[in-house]
Design a binder for this molecule. Structure first.
Ligand SMILES: Cc1cc2nc3c(=O)[nH]c(=O)nc-3n(C[C@H](O)[C@H](O)[C@H](O)COP(=O)(O)OP(=O)(O)OC[C@H]3O[C@@H](n4cnc5c(N)ncnc54)[C@H](O)[C@@H]3O)c2cc1C
Length: 280
């Protein structure tokens, strides 16, 4: 019979995780339960849902700290998120429907680490970092480094994701997000892209582009970012950015979309982001 424990504190959750590396950690269960009947019964379950320390959103001076166990509905409705991280609120609104948003957590999206995880390009564009906890203590990793390949991450066998730390963007930084799927609601993404673009004196000082469903993992488009920096946010720059992007993404054809369509959409999105950054 499967053992089941619902720790009330983060310390207990960490101790259980370390003591039972073969047990399944579950948060909202919206990823894990989908295939539950196709997998062997777990030896044991550590259920994080009752761990209050993992849930909630706090603003400090220059960051917004989001507990890994925070469900999407709370992310979507939080005033600081809506004001300062509107692209994260927008992604939260597009993750499944209300039932999934009420149960699915930001930590679950991050650890599942699917190339179509909707929050992941946003976390890349916002330059978020993660606090990971284990019996060895707490360490911080840039989200950019966390996802190492197709559904693989830096998370060690005895670690939990505790907190997502997002720097509060400068109000002048333009943020953008777009998910493209087969329909407006409850769609698995064909392509999604997020951007943070800082224009100073009519020139793009820096840009961060996060993209999903165009490679084995969510990626920062470094070549596209380099192509944007130091140039005016206009159509010429947009074309240069799109050309650079083509060299660094590797979309595939699958049941949801075709590789050439994904490339074209990804290019259109970054071009639009660049041009919009130049608008008042
Ligand atoms: C009908 C449906 C629609 C969906 N639509 C979307 C969508 O539009 N966009 C999208 O991106 N996703 C979608 N999803 C996927 C899912 O809802 C999200 O990825 C959600 O954020 C997962 O969170 P969870 O808490 O339910 O994860 P769980 O299923 O509980 O866990 C997922 C993984 O994360 C691990 N984990 C969870 N929390 C932690 C932690 N704190 N530390 C370490 N490991 C942890 C678990 O061990 C497991 O490996 C959908 C799912 C369903 C069933």
């Amino acid at each position: 019979m499967t053992a089941y424990v619902r720790p009330a504190s983060l310390a207990d959750a960490v101790a259980l995780r370390a003591a039972h590396p073969d047990w399944t950690v579950i948060a909202g269960g919206t990823d894990l339960m989908v295939n539950a009947t196709h997998r062997a019964e777990p030896v044991g379950i550590v259920d994080l849902w009752g761990c209050a320390e993992l849930a909630g959103i706090v603003r400090d001076s220059d960051t917004i700290r989001i507990g890994a166990g925070t469900p999407w509905l709370d992310v979507l409705h939080h005033a600081e998120v809506r004001t300062h991280l509107p692209i994260l609120a927008a992604a939260a609104r597009e993750i499944g429907a209300l039932q999934i948003q009420a149960r699915g957590t930001i930590g679950g999206n991050i650890v599942t680490s699917s190339p179509v995880g909707d929050s992941l390009p946003v976390l890349l564009a916002l330059d978020a970092s993660l606090e990971l906890v284990s019996p060895r203590g707490r360490r911080t990793v840039a989200y950019r480094d966390f996802c190492t390949g197709y559904r693989t991450t830096l998370l060690a066998a005895d670690e939990l994701v505790a907190t997502v730390v997002v720097p509060v963007p400068d109000p002048a930084t333009r943020l953008a997000w777009r998910k493209v799927g087969t329909r407006a609601a409850q769609s698995i993404s064909k392509v999604m892209a997020a951007a943070a673009i800082h224009v100073d004196g009519g020139v793009i000082a820096w840009a961060r582009f996060g993209l999903g469903a165009v490679a084995a993992r969510p990626i920062r488009a470094a070549a596209a970012e380099a192509a944007a920096a130091g140039r005016a946010p206009d159509a010429t720059t947009a074309r240069a950015v799109a050309a650079a992007l083509a060299g660094e993404i590797t979309p595939i054809s699958d049941v949801r979309s075709a590789a050439d369509y994904r490339l074209e959409v990804a290019q259109s999105l970054v071009m639009r982001f660049v041009i919009n950054a130049g608008r008042p």
